[in-house]
Design a protein around this ligand. Sequence first.
Ligand code: FAD
Length: 487
Amino acid sequence: MARAQPVIVWFRDDLRLSDHPALHEAASRGVPVVGLYVRDEESRALMPPAVRRLGGATRWWLAQSLRALRKSLEAIGGTLVLRTGPAASVIATLARETDARAVLWNDVAQAPHQAVGRDVEAALATDGIDSQIFAGDLLVDPKVIRNKDNRALRVFTPFWRRVQGLGDPPEPLPPPRKLKSISGVVSEALDDWGLEPTRPDWAGGLRESWTPGEAAAQAQLKAFLDDSISGYAGNRDRPDRDGTSRLSPHLRFGEISPRQVWHAARFVAAEHPRLAGDIDKFLSELGWREFCRHLLFDAPDMADRNLQEQFDAFPWKRDAHALKAWQRGLTGYPIVDAGMRELWHTGVMHNRVRMVVASFLVKHLLIDWRAGEAWFWDTLVDADAGSNPANWQWVAGSGADAAPYFRVFNPILQGEKFDPDGAYVRRWVPELAQLPNDLIHQPWTATPIELASAGIELGKTYPPPIVDHKRGRERALAAYATIRGKD
Ligand code: FAD
């Protein structure tokens, strides 16, 4: 008897079983399903702008997430095959090997990913194999929300109004209960991919901080909506509180979909009308993710190019010493250093502090935002091709709907306002822990006696400020004056 022809589901940034349109369709056909993940570091080199190579922290996350996905697929009778090479030839080869009838995948609405997808489609078409592509991991297709020049909207508020005007996105799809599979399909071993650091193994902090995978993502969403959504609108700005959802890396890898988050949050709002304000705020943050991705759809080279051209002439400083001090959390500004150390240890940084450290690098140190973006890209577990460059450009002033360049965050006031008791700084910069609250955000103003009684020797146990705030601010404004009006 002829073996049933399987379909292949190609997983990319959608490492989940529920609300997965391609998998849902494959399962509903009642034929065997072969799950596939391709480690493709070649197709991307062919066409600029390329699919960006993952950074160290996202490679670590990917390894854990693939393990979780494989386990979930196996629990319902499925498989996950791992292969390396250019997606088009890998997929066409696997399709021939398994005599597959079709290959299904969810769109990643980013130009380089779509270019790879087109190559796959073409390679399969040559062999007479069908491709079917489903809606991806956005609330709305970027081609739907356009201005009159057929471009992505560049201002968030009207963008978000348009998204909301479309009403609720479709209900999430359930996960398949059972999959048929075929045996004998060879997979590479995940451990051979070298995604996790070994010598040295710097991922201890990541392991302590996170459980990647769909089950953990769902549990995290539930815990957040049960316990922390109340007060979110205010708490979300406080790095000293656990006031946010911590869903960003799960969303980044598609372990949970934005429409699952949307519907779960709306359900809670309907049950508890008093939470409506917090939930609107939370969903509007999801809206920022969407906004950044829509911008990326139009500007795939957003990590390399100023969206506002006048910034091409900005007199950035090349200062390897200052960049290193920033990366290591040794600038002498406690809130900046706390953020950079949180990032290094956990793979994320609180949003408020991301803004402060980014502003500090770009304005106080006059270092090109692209150097900061690249560091974040390598160290964040949520490093996202849309959100990372869009937010960096927002802070730098070079982006769409950006904060004006002349608004320079004062790292002392930001610390005092959003970490008033210094709990966040004490946690991440323990050498300052003994300072009283009124000095914790500006240790250099302490008297020698105060420093001694807190066990601090400025310049030895903790650095003095790398640049004086007032001078840094003036220098930034002077640099900006040289490009203002040049467009
Ligand atoms: P919550 O407050 O619970 O928000 C819910 C979700 O909304 C987040 O998970 C995220 O998907 C989205 N979101 C929230 N704020 C933003 C925002 N400003 N822009 C885009 N989406 C947002 N976020 C990333 O996911 N990846 C990045 O690479 C990234 N780089 C950033 C770089 C800079 C310089 C700055 C200032 C912000 C960056 N952000 C990035 C946005 C934001 O800091 C994180 O999304 C947020 O801290 C994640 O924590 P959370 O999941 O607890 O957020």
